[in-house]
Design a protein. Structure first.
Length: 385
């Protein structure tokens, strides 16, 4: 009879004493990708000592995990990746508890007819609530994905991190990591009563394997800390609000690359990504009829271009904000520098690997995290094959 696995140690603040027990693997970043990798590492190699750490909390409050659209659709992955995406969908439905998984048909609107398209007018007859949102004359054809689902990526990250700790992984929060050859330097952080972040402890940890799962900051960390150049990029994506009534039966709509996800009685808008933002670029708000807005200029231009097809974008239902901080946004990794690049992992130096999510993390992020965990533990085969 096997002995139950003891739970791991959790360090949440610098008042808890820390002594390095010697780790086999350190995962830097407790967003969706890092937490999922830690979860699968504990499944595949429970004998290895594992530390998951983040500069904030679990799930990470920085980056795209909290603001990710949480939309799985068979229309998003390439045909050769569909079996892998289906495995991710099954995991979302069975492996992580309540992640607010809901069936939501996806209506992809288009100007030209394709083999699997149907008239937009017929779709509006089935989903009458969309009649106030879109103009069927501007985008007369629609493709339906009946299997699409929405979920909360932050809940997936939280569940993965908690399961990893229950299986024996250690977790350290409020800790900043710097990559060094053969391990990481950890600065344990605290906040003063004037809200100043300060370093109270510094530790140098040696680890045979380090997984860099810092999202959009990962490629910069690889270059700045390890001197390794990568081809990956990042972009700042906002998620403005559209205050048009929606219900649990309202489908997800995609028009011109813009995704309208029915959420909280209205819609969350997920704009398309056309290009990368250079490192050091600070997103700037745009102007609409001469008035400053909180939507960055590139996003505002996209929405203006869609106002004929989605007329409600030209009304006061769209929350523009007055400054960039008024509209939720986060940096998003672009694997390979491409807007539609699939998630990936790659070796950086001896013992260090980069793990990136990106625009297709909703449909392929979990499988990519599993793939890296399997590679690091020598497990052959993948469950989706």
């Amino acid at each position: 009879m096997s002995t139950p696995q003891a739970a791991g140690q959790v360090w949440a603040h610098v008042g808890q004493a820390f002594t390095d027990p010697g780790y086999d693997v350190v995962v830097v970043g407790a967003g969706r990708m890092g937490s999922a990798c830690a979860h699968f590492l504990r499944q595949l190699a429970p004998q290895q000592k594992l530390l998951l750490l983040d500069e904030g909390g679990l799930p990470s409050e920085d980056g795209a995990t909290i603001l990710a659209p949480g939309l799985w659709s068979a229309l998003d992955p390439a045909p050769e990746d569909l079996a892998e995406a289906n495995w991710v969908r099954q995991q979302l439905a069975t492996a992580f508890g309540d992640v607010s998984l809901e069936s939501r048909p996806l209506v992809a609107l288009q100007a030209r007819k394709t083999a699997d398209a149907q008239p937009t007018a017929a779709v509006l007859h089935r989903f009458p609530s969309l009649a106030e949102v879109i103009d069927p004359q501007a985008l007369p054809w629609a493709t339906l994905d009946e299997r699409a689902v929405t979920y909360r990526p932050g809940a997936v990250a939280l569940s993965c991190g908690q399961q990893a700790v229950r299986r024996g992984a250690d977790l350290m929060l409020n800790a900043r990591a710097t990559l060094v050859p053969g391990g990481v330097k950890i600065e344990r952080l605290t906040v003063t009563n004037t809200h100043e972040v300060v370093t109270h402890e510094t530790h140098h940890l040696r680890a045979a394997r380090v997984v860099v799962a810092l999202g959009a900051a990962g490629p910069h960390a690889a270059e700045h800390d390890l001197g390794v150049h990568t081809a990956h990029a990042r972009a700042y994506r906002q998620a403005p609000r559209l205050n048009v009534p929606s219900t649990r039966d309202t489908p997800v709509v995609r028009a011109g690359g813009l995704t309208l996800r029915a959420q909280h009685g209205g819609f969350t808008l997920v704009p398309p990504i056309h290009h990368r933002d250079p490192y050091g670029y600070v997103p700037q708000g745009g102007h609409l009829t001469g008035v400053p807005t909180g939507l960055r200029r590139e996003t505002l231009e996209d929405l203006v271009a869609l106002m004929d097809a989605v007329p409600v974008l030209a009304t006061e239902a769209l929350e523009l904000g007055r400054s960039l901080s008024d509209v939720p946004g986060a940096w998003l990794a672009l694997p390979g520098g491409l807007a539609r690049g699939r998630p990936l992992h790659q070796p950086l130096t001896e013992g260090a690997w980069l793990l990136l999510g990106g625009p297709q993390a909703d449909v392929l992020g979990l499988s990519t995290a599993y793939d890296l965990a399997a590679a690091l533990t020598g497990v052959a085969g993948r469950p989706w094959h």
